[in-house]
Design a binder for this molecule. Structure first.
Ligand SMILES: Nc1ncnc2c1ncn2[C@@H]1O[C@H](COP(=O)(O)OP(=O)(O)OP(=O)(O)O)[C@@H](O)[C@H]1O
Ligand SMILES: [Mg+2]
Length: 234
């Protein structure tokens, strides 16, 4: 089990007095995509925020590439090459596409460059001089992902990248994620769009009310009608 790039072991996280994450464990092996599924309020975002120590766990352990993240600041975890694309997308509305990318660049040998981004995301290339505020929801999501990529992460945490986007745009986002997977990117993908998640995931973790209710290979998840019904409502 030591091969996982990210390992979350029995973490408990509180928001105020509320015990939101209750003994959650999961592992993301290098080069794999793990989908973290669950209904609204299940604790998906809080799990990602716990990993980044934006909401530090009160107990349990998170290791990245064998290194205990306990005591690190969020920016130090980012510097260790963990990128977090938040639900809010958090791009800078007053900066252009180009400026949003430029401030995120962290070169790596054979890594992502701005030129590579413009080649792979022609929409962003066409919009490079536009302000973040002028972008559509789909373009903002693409920019948020592209910004994470130019930081050349070893692990990408994605929080509901399809949220609020039209089916055609969701399709484009899926294709980006599939391409990243084919290029070997390790990802922990939070989604409520089950079809999209199952299209890319190697492993599935189902969260419900702050606990892991099921986890296993994505291929086995399809037969879990009761889990799906009870914890995802589909
Ligand atoms: N600041 C807070 N204080 C107390 N409880 C909170 C706070 N923020 C969120 N919660 C609660 O924590 C639980 C988990 O929230 P979280 O945002 O992690 O869920 P989620 O699975 O990401 O949901 P969604 O799909 O809606 O994004 C929810 O029940 C929520 O009401
Ligand atoms: Mg959330």
């Amino acid at each position: 089990m030591s091969e996982a790039l990210l390992r979350v072991e029995n973490i408990d996280t509180y928001l105020g007095d509320s015990h939101v994450i209750q003994g959650v464990s999961l592992a993301v092996p290098a080069g794999k995509v793990v989908a973290l599924l669950g209904r609204n309020g299940a604790g998906k975002t809080t799990t990602l925020r716990s990993i980044m120590r934006m909401s530090p766990p009160r107990s349990g352990k998170v290791t990245f590439d064998g290194r205990d993240l306990d005591g690190l600041a969020t920016h130090e975890i980012a510097r260790a090459r963990v990128a977090f694309v938040q639900e809010t997308r958090a791009i800078f509305p007053s900066l252009t596409v180009e400026e949003n990318l430029a401030i995120a660049v962290r070169p790596a040998p054979n890594g992502w460059t701005m030129a590579q981004i413009y080649e792979d995301f022609p929409n962003l290339a066409a919009r490079r001089g536009n302000g973040g505020m002028q972008l559509s929801g789909g373009e903002q999501q693409m920019l948020a992902i592209a910004r994470a990529l130019v930081s050349n992460p070893r692990l990408l945490l994605l929080d509901e990248p399809s949220e609020g986007l039209a089916p055609l745009i969701v399709r484009q986002i899926s294709e980006v994620i599939i391409r990243l997977k084919q290029a070997g990117m390790t990802m922990l993908l939070v989604e409520q769009n089950l079809a999209m998640a199952l299209e890319v995931a190697d492993e599935v973790v189902v969260l419900g009310k702050g606990r892991v209710r099921w986890s296993g290979p994505a291929a086995d998840f399809r037969a879990q009608d009761e889990i799906r019904h009870t914890w995802l409502g589909v």
